[in-house]
Design a protein around this ligand. Structure first.
Ligand code: ZN
Length: 164
């Protein structure tokens, strides 16, 4: 496992395949007990009050000095129609190639500006992997990082919170 010096503290941090990772959409933490009874959260899927629908996904960021990506583990909000389509085709050998519009549903606290609400597209990769989310706005540091890639030192600093 690769260890890289962190940009924030200078200490070595491990970079694994999947790092900073959220087990719920942020909004799930704010709902009332009553609404929670009418909602469902699993490892991969979440619906809130039959009104809002979320899919657990990864947000890949290329590391320019390594041959692989850093991955944030995040939730993406999608329409009810797309949610149902994803549930139905998840296990297919060749999932639908359609690009699914979605909205990032977690605030990754590394970034100064909030990341929740950023728009992008969800791509279903194969049945053994979580869908991948690609941002389609470029006015945010996270979007620039995904588009241009980052140094492994910056990727290590994404993991800084895990070491505090
Ligand atoms: Zn650090």
């Amino acid at each position: 496992m690769q260890e890289v010096a962190c940009e924030i503290c200078g200490k070595p941090h491990k970079i694994k395949d999947l790092e900073v990772s959220y087990i719920k959409p942020d909004v799930y933490l704010t709902i009332s007990e009553e609404i929670r009874k009418n909602s469902k959260l699993s490892d991969d899927l979440c619906q809130i009050n039959w009104e809002r629908y979320f899919v657990r996904s990864v947000l890949p960021i290329p590391m320019n000095d390594f041959g692989y990506n850093y991955h944030f583990g995040i939730w993406v909000e999608v329409s009810e129609e797309d949610f149902n389509m994803i549930v139905e085709t998840w296990q297919d050998e060749n999932p639908t190639p359609n690009e699914i519009l979605g909205v990032l549903a977690n605030d990754i606290q590394y970034f100064q500006q909030p990341t929740d609400g950023l728009k992008g597209v969800l791509k279903l990769v194969d049945q053994n992997k979580r869908p991948q989310f690609y941002l389609r706005q470029y006015n945010h540091e996270l979007c620039q990082d995904q588009k241009n890639g980052v140094s492994s030192q910056k990727a290590a600093s994404f993991n800084h919170l895990l070491y505090e």
